[in-house]
Write a protein that binds this ligand. Sequence first.
Ligand SMILES: Cc1cc2nc3c(=O)[nH]c(=O)nc-3n(C[C@H](O)[C@H](O)[C@H](O)COP(=O)(O)OP(=O)(O)OC[C@H]3O[C@@H](n4cnc5c(N)ncnc54)[C@H](O)[C@@H]3O)c2cc1C
Length: 427
Amino acid sequence: MTDTVNLKGKPHVVVVGCNFGGLTAARFIKEKSGDAIDVTVIDRKPYVVFIPNIPMEVFAGKDPALDLQMQFHQFLKRDGSTFLQAEVKDIDIESKSISIVPTERPGGAIEKVSYDYLVLAVGAKLDYAAIPGFGEYGHTVSDTFYGNKLRRYLFGGEYRGGPIAVGTARFQMGTKGRPDWIPTMTSACEGPPLEISLGLSALLEQRKWGSAKNITLFTQGEWIAEDAGVPLVKEFLHMAVDQMGMTYMNQTEDIKEITKDGIEFTNGKSVEAELKIVLPNWVAHDFIKKLPIVDEVGFVVTDLYMRNPDYPEIMAVGDCAAVTAPKLGGIGDQQARIVAQQIAKDLGKLHEEEQEMKFAPVVMCFGDMGHDKAFYIHSDLIYGGKTGVLKMGHKYFMMKMGFKEMYFALGGKTPGWGIKMTEIVGG
Ligand SMILES: Cc1cc2nc3c(=O)[nH]c(=O)nc-3n(C[C@H](O)[C@H](O)[C@H](O)COP(=O)(O)OP(=O)(O)OC[C@H]3O[C@@H](n4cnc5c(N)ncnc54)[C@H](O)[C@@H]3O)c2cc1C
């Protein structure tokens, strides 16, 4: 058994998943609770993929794997945390034990790791397999494999200047334990189609392959990226559709099939397209789905302190948490800080003057627009708030690039004032 808790007698915190949510959680947990705990981090790969910047690397003709994979082992080691490169196969939440298989080489045997606290940060499964025709005719930008496939298609001479469709499949959201101020959303993450359509328009113009007029932007509901708030979406569509000439197709319900000639939707509509760039439904991992801590579709139920109400030693951060809607890395960042605080509080390590944080999401993202410009969205309108900011320009491109550099330099442990500074500088 790979175990540290019984040997040293300290509470053992196991963080499963080490991309955005997991790395930030592991690092702040260690910062807050220090030597009072042992931290083990498990991921099947030893690096973070900086997903938000994949589209812009691809449209610049660059291999996103070269710039966007950040080895995190050194940061965990510096903190005194242990990293296990392994895949989690199963969790026994009654005996507090996790079954893992090493992933560095195939053929490893199952081992068990026990925990006192379990922080789940395993993200979601992006279900391309559920879209008929995707493997043969579909493209996407959600990881470096698919990003490179699209890059080869665009820059290898395959694209012939035909119509392009960009959009998402329908997101199935659970309801169990979800506060009513987090509404049901029909897309897991719809900022990327906005960004892809603008970045691609710039590329088409630069290469003289076409323009924004080649692009149809589609969505299942009334408004694309409704999580940004309808007033902001209307502003975006005014620019993309009325001024740039994109086509907007809404109420598509869901993707039925991708074919050589386009996309067919479940409501009977279809769009003709040579290039089909889609994001799928975000679904829960199979090993999580069967646990008694999840909602109807397998996302981990938590309260606003990111603890499961029935098993408070189990916490969730990022895309795997039911309250994370839309599925945004920025929301996972806030949750990671909350989890670190909760563990420190249990151990009496919270400073008296420190205010206890509670989950209060905002939608915040920077999207590439090509031509060294980006858009910036900062909104809580979807949760009933009053903040709704949409800005565009070179400044926001610099902020997007700057954030990535800061994230890499600091190993995912960005300063708490970062969000405030973004709000102030962003306007
Ligand atoms: C194109 C695109 C652009 C985006 N742009 C933005 C943006 O601008 N801003 C923003 O905030 N968000 C953005 N997002 C969303 C953001 O990428 C996700 O919300 C974020 O990656 C979620 O982080 P996470 O750590 O919860 O999950 P993930 O990033 O999915 O990480 C999960 C980790 O768990 C590991 N894992 C999973 N299962 C197991 C297992 N069984 N055993 C071991 N390890 C496991 C994986 O290897 C992975 O490292 C974008 C998404 C896409 C697709």
